[in-house]
Design a protein around this ligand. Structure first.
Ligand code: LHQ
Length: 253
């Protein structure tokens, strides 16, 4: 139910249940978790793309499945470890939103570091339409990405938002034509994969921490992160390239 492939420093993770619009099952969660762990560990991988097979990105929980009736446990066992694993990957993770992202499928996109959307994509906080609440980090990421007022509006009204609308309120990094979607995502992902990976990982780690920290703590995090970044090969290369007036070649080390 999950496809995993790597090329040009990028791991491509594809949700692959197109006939159900890539709705999540417990099997899919297990496969997703191992794909994310693989991408995190593989040193050749310097960027991760998550996308959907067929016309949808992900329609959230499979509503037709005979899953555990204890939804709390479904979240604790399936979704929450996935979100934690995704956020713990110290590499850029891009949601390539090829089509509709609904319910926990939208949450998955929100937990990524970037969202690149096809002009055919849409976002829908579908939970409310089945009498549920946003989950899988949705209540954490949504207000942080779009602000409290917009997040309340989206979560409570559950209206479908087009890729263009999502771009307007900052949910999406860029909207690209469906015809060139895969190439555009690839170009973006390869660009990220050729950047100073360690520094990106540190930015991600401490940007996330900044939400639950005060200024004194953040200043110290920056000092810690900068000490680490300052010791990387990529920092040395960046400075050398600058002095030699050439383009740097970063290796992620
Ligand atoms: C589906 C699904 C789906 C099964 C489309 N399941 N078959 C966490 C923990 C525990 C419990 C509960 O929930 C959660 C978190 C959640 O994610 S709750 C929210 C769950 N998701 C939804 O409520 C979204 C349900 N889907 C939709 O609203 C629509 O399908 C969207 C807006 C995504 C797309 O609409 P359309 O483009 O019109 O497609 P469609 O509705 O015709 O769907 C195509 C097929 O996919 C259809 O099957 P069929 O056999 O008739 O062709 C759907 O039944 C199936 N499908 N989503 N989540």
């Amino acid at each position: 139910t999950i496809m995993y492939e790597t090329r040009a420093g990028v791991a491509w993770i594809t949700l692959n249940r197109p006939e159900k619009l890539n709705a999540f099952t417990s099997v899919m969660h297990k496969e997703m978790l191992s794909a994310l762990k693989m991408a995190g560990k593989d040193e050749e991988v310097r960027a991760v793309v998550i996308t959907g097979a067929g016309r949808a990105f992900c329609s959230g929980q499979d509503l037709g499945g005979s899953e555990n009736p204890d939804y709390g446990e479904v979240l604790r066992q399936g979704y929450n470890p996935m979100v934690q694993a995704l956020v713990s990957i110290e590499k850029p993770v891009i949601a390539a939103v090829n089509g509709v992202a609904a319910g926990a499928g939208m949450s998955l996109a929100l937990a990524c570091d970037f969202r690149v959307a096809s002009d055919k994509a849409s976002f829908i906080e579908a939970f409310i339409h089945v009498g549920l609440v946003p989950d899988s980090g949705n209540l954490y990421f949504l207000p942080r990405l779009v602000g409290h007022a917009k997040a309340m509006e989206l979560a409570v009204l559950g209206e479908k938002v087009t890729a263009e609308q999502a771009k307007e309120f900052g949910l999406v990094t860029k909207v690209v034509s469906d015809a060139t979607f895969v190439q555009e995502v690839e170009t973006f992902a390869v660009r990220l994969a050729n950047m100073p990976t360690k520094a990106i990982g540190l930015i991600k780690r401490y940007m996330n921490k900044s939400w639950e920290s005060d200024l004194t703590e953040v200043l110290e995090y920056e000092a810690l992160a900068q000490k680490t970044a300052g010791g990387t090969v990529d920092h040395k290369e960046g400075v050398t390239a600058f002095m030699e007036k050439r383009k740097p070649v970063f290796t992620g080390k």
